[in-house]
Design a protein around this ligand. Structure first.
Ligand SMILES: [Zn+2]
Length: 240
């Protein structure tokens, strides 16, 4: 309960800045799909010491995708890295075999809502509940019964209600500390430099395995994962 309360207080502060994200996200979006471009989130910083300051949590959002998820899975396997996959409900429903592959490889699941509505925080509680709980069911069914352990609001559009609802289902609200900005496809070198520069900000790093051409993400992970290992970081899961 203490951990939940601490996370909730951090997220409350985050919610105050959420209004700035959407114009920025839509201007730079390479396609019509919403993206996760929120100011950095401190949700995990308070817990970083639990795992040692050199821990990294890789999070992969918006899939599963039949083209990109297998490539990301292979890279994670090659580097011995376990990650957390924040899945969109409709994607999980469409690609249950990929959800099962993710689970079988030892990665964790995260509920990323049914339809990736980044304006969820402006909608009714009934709508938020449907988005979160339906996605939880879709992901759990697709995985063959393995439940998501986290909830990440699309675009970081959390509300106090959605955090509480997720927590009541045993899903820890999950933010991020480092945004690779891979959704904007800024170039592999830029993405790698961003992660290297900002990794000291906190352990949880955001990447995407869906929502468009993710070849830059794959290339960046190929560089970043060995680099993190060389720097002495260990890979883990966000602390519950
Ligand atoms: Zn997302």
């Amino acid at each position: 309960m203490t951990a939940v309360a601490a996370a909730t207080s951090v997220w409350t502060a985050q919610a105050d800045t959420a209004g700035g994200r959407q114009p920025q996200a839509r201007v730079s979006a390479p396609d019509a799909r919403p993206q996760d471009q929120v100011a950095k989130v401190a949700a995990d910083i308070a817990h970083a010491s639990d795992r040692g300051a050199r821990g990294v949590n890789i999070t992969i959002d918006d899939g599963p995708d039949p083209v990109w998820t297998p490539r990301v899975l292979q890279l994670l396997k090659d580097n011995g890295v376990k990650a957390t996959f924040c899945m969109v409900g409709t994607q999980a429903q469409a690609h249950p075999d990929l959800v099962k592959e993710v689970v079988a490889a030892g990665h964790r699941l995260c509920d990323h809502a049914v339809s990736h509505d980044t304006a969820m925080d402006t909608k009714s509680e009934a709508y938020q509940s449907q988005q979160i709980l339906d996605a939880e069911r879709m992901i759990t069914k697709a995985s063959g019964g393995v439940r998501p352990q986290y909830y990440r609001a699309p675009g970081g559009a959390f509300t106090p209600y959605s955090r509480q609802l997720a927590a009541s289902r045993g899903m820890r609200p999950l933010g991020w500390n480092v945004d690779s900005k891979d959704f904007e496809r800024p170039g592999v070198d830029t993405m790698v430099a961003t992660v290297k520069r900002e990794i000291s900000d906190g352990p949880t790093v955001l990447f995407h395995d869906a929502g468009g051409d993710r070849s830059q993400t794959v290339a960046a992970l190929r560089e970043v994962l060995p680099w993190l290992k060389q720097q002495g970081y260990s890979f883990g899961f966000p602390v519950r």
